[in-house]
Write a protein that binds this ligand. Structure first.
Ligand code: SF4
Length: 373
């Protein structure tokens, strides 16, 4: 069985350490938190441990690319102009629908970029050099923002820096309840804690390793009561028998626990994927139901539900949410003007229109002016 460390729900069986990653403070801190876990030098064949989930191998790397990058939207759909702070690649959770399974098919390990502290000044310099622009930054695109926080302590490094900037917000998006470090931090301004939500049935069946919807909403309630502004993401929406009642249950839960007046935005996105993901889901998650449905190939080459199905999904969830509160900053992720109009009753028309709408939410919630202090 080998070594297996269970730390706050994280199972790390081994560490692979690149030569140029060994001198970093983050490397030392992570290794100090993993006593007894064997450390291998890099060059290890990633398939050496076939049969075991690669997610139990932690690979500490020196990342040579840019840490801050625009979210890879496509011209064909309206996208929100989000910026991604690239801290890691891959995720310890194992959602059946996760797109990362096809992105990192040849690098199944959990990669953490240990030179973040060294590169952070460059990221902040990019933000500070454009004071008239609002940077909406998230860390949850290529990993879950908080799943690794008990081990990496990313929030200790990032919250103080983003909290003091007047033209940026940092959104930490998660499906976990690993909130202890953010709660202890004392930083609230310009920090958004977000949870990805779904119907309880989809969550239980398709989101392996994630907290239940009930536990996520409870963690969100706790963070809101401690002064954080919240966001939610209903993504990926999946239609299945009983989906309307199931999503209604999630909205009822929000209604019981969360103050809607302190939610900056709620996004909706329907399940979409590159065709290469399909055989991976079939192989890794043989009992998954996410591939049951009518898909077409979208303008961006991704498979997505037939348009009337997407419109119905958004329309139903929108009405559930608006019946709860009329001003939740609802928006669609990667959809067309036509789908916006049919399901939401309005459209930002273009990506810059959506950026403006979300920037105004930032100004409203954080009293920002778009100008640095
Ligand atoms: S939480 Fe997000 S990144 Fe992690 S496995 Fe699920 S979909 Fe992928």
């Amino acid at each position: 069985m080998g070594w297996n460390l269970l730390m706050n729900g994280l199972h790390i069986r081994r560490v692979v350490l690149d030569k140029d990653a060994s001198s970093y403070a983050l490397t030392r801190q992570i290794l100090a938190g993993l006593p007894g876990v064997p450390v291998h030098s890099s060059g290890l064949d990633p398939h050496l441990f076939d049969g075991e989930p690669g997610k139990e191998t932690l690979h500490l790397q020196h990342y040579k690319g840019d840490f801050l990058k625009p979210c890879p939207g496509t011209r064909e759909y309206i996208c929100c102009g989000y910026q991604i702070l690239n801290l890691a690649a891959n995720c310890p959770l194992d959602c059946s629908y996760c797109i990362l399974q096809s992105y990192f098919v040849n690098q199944p390990s959990l990669r953490v970029f240990v030179n973040l502290e060294e590169q952070l000044p460059d990221v902040l310099q990019v933000i500070d050099s454009q004071p008239g622009r609002i940077f909406r930054v998230g860390t949850g695109e290529f990993t879950d923002s908080l799943a690794l926080d008990p081990m990496t302590h990313w929030s200790d490094m990032l919250l103080p820096q983003f909290s003091r900037r007047k033209n940026a917000i940092l959104e930490l998006k998660t499906k976990t309840t690993r909130i202890s470090r953010v709660l202890a931090s004392g930083y609230r301004d310009r920090i958004i804690l977000s949870w990805s939500l779904n119907g309880p049935w989809i969550s239980a069946k398709e989101e392996k390793g994630a907290a239940s919807i009930e536990k996520r909403v409870e963690a969100a309630r706790q963070c809101q009561s401690e002064g954080f502004i919240l966001g939610f993401h209903f993504d990926p929406l999946v239609p299945y028998p009983g989906w309307r009642d199931d999503y209604a249950r999630t909205v009822e839960l929000l209604d019981r626990r969360i103050d809607p007046g302190r939610i900056i935005w709620i996004s909706m996105g329907s399940f979409r994927f590159m065709p290469a993901l399909k055989p991976i889901i079939r192989r890794r998650h043989p009992t998954s139901g996410v591939l049951n449905g009518e898909f077409i190939i979208g303008l961006d080459g991704k498979m997505r539900y037939f348009k009337p199905i997407r419109i119905e999904l958004y329309h139903v969830i929108r009405h559930l949410l608006e019946a709860w509160h009329p001003d939740l900053g609802l928006y669609l992720c990667m959809e067309s003007d036509e789908v916006w109009r049919s399901s939401m009753g309005w459209s930002p028309k273009t990506s810059s229109g959506l950026r403006e709408y979300l920037d105004q939410r930032v100004v409203k919630f954080f009293n920002g002016t778009g100008q640095p202090a």
